[in-house]
Write a protein that binds this ligand. Structure first.
Ligand SMILES: C[S@@+](CC[C@H](N)C(=O)[O-])C[C@H]1O[C@@H](n2cnc3c(N)ncnc32)[C@H](O)[C@@H]1O
Length: 264
């Protein structure tokens, strides 16, 4: 086994991240960025460094699971959810089950929860539950705390801040309980092959699969398909595509917004 393979095996054992499921180039680039930061010239040096400095494992995890996110990222998708998707799903069912997969620090499920809360305020008969998951327990803890800097909340309107956040003495903003109550945060690996729940009306998995291998992406799409109710919707990231092997499982609901409807 070469040094790179040994390093990947160690990452699998310690961080439970199976590198073989990700594109090799991607894994190499992310590890090399940590090697530069720790002044390790070779994979072998970096493996020794990791074993001697367990705190580096957290840095490596962050490098491998890039967590970039923001409130209402790609605003038009949220506008479409608010005006089209959610009212349409609520017409079919009074209680929605939604999976926000790869939710990072929580901005995505909380954005969705703000929209849902406003819709529910107009109609007391409807309700929703969001399962928000991520492989990275560090970001999940932040998501559960729901504390954001003024910079992170900068894109939100004054009304959204007033209605859904409490200003803390240090100037940060904490999400109010009425939004948190809509969300169940849970650690979950999308490569596990097992969905977080079934009978889902909507799966939102955006900007997560870009580094997965084609095979992993297809398996993930099959898993989402099996977890959705007939006609349930799957929203991908703007730069992501349905693979050839799995495109027949869905019909396009809105091609611009990358939204697909499960075929029965
Ligand atoms: C770029 S963020 C996207 C966050 C959010 N969906 C958005 O679009 O703003 C990607 C997230 O996917 C998570 N992730 C990567 N691989 C994963 C896996 N195998 N299972 C679950 N989450 C994963 C990362 O930890 C990271 O938080």
């Amino acid at each position: 086994m070469d040094d790179f393979a040994l390093l990947k095996r160690y990452i699998g054992q310690t961080l439970a991240i199976q590198c073989s499921n990700y594109k090799e180039d991607y894994i190499k680039r992310r590890i090399q960025s940590r090697m530069r930061s720790t002044s390790c010239p070779t994979f072998d040096n970096y493996l020794k460094f990791l074993k001697a400095n367990p705190s580096e494992l957290e840095n490596l995890r962050n490098a491998l699971t890039i967590n970039v996110t923001e409130f209402f990222r790609d605003t038009d998708v949220y506008e479409f959810m608010k005006k089209d998707i959610l009212p349409e799903l609520f017409r079919q069912r009074k209680q929605l089950r939604i999976w926000c997969a790869g939710c990072s620090t929580g901005e995505e499920p909380y954005s969705l929860a703000m929209i849902l809360h406003d819709l529910m305020a107009q109609n007391p008969e409807i309700s929703a539950k969001i399962f928000a998951t991520d492989i990275d327990k560090v970001v999940l803890t932040k998501a559960q705390e729901g504390i954001y800097t003024p910079r992170a909340t900068g894109k939100l309107s004054e009304a959204q801040i007033r209605n859904h956040f409490t200003k803390l003495p240090d100037g940060n903003y904490q999400v109010k309980p009425h939004l948190k109550e809509l969300i169940r945060f849970r650690a979950h690996d999308l490569m596990s092959g097992v969905p977080v729940s079934r009978w889902l009306d909507l799966v939102i998995c955006r900007n997560v699969t870009i580094y997965f291998t084609e095979k992993q992406k297809d398996e993930l799409v099959r898993m989402f398909h099996s977890a959705l109710v007939p006609g349930g919707l799957y929203i991908m990231g703007k730069t992501e595509f349905l693979g050839r092997q799995v495109e027949s499982l869905f019909v396009s609901y809105n091609s611009l917004q990358k939204i697909f409807s499960k075929k029965d």
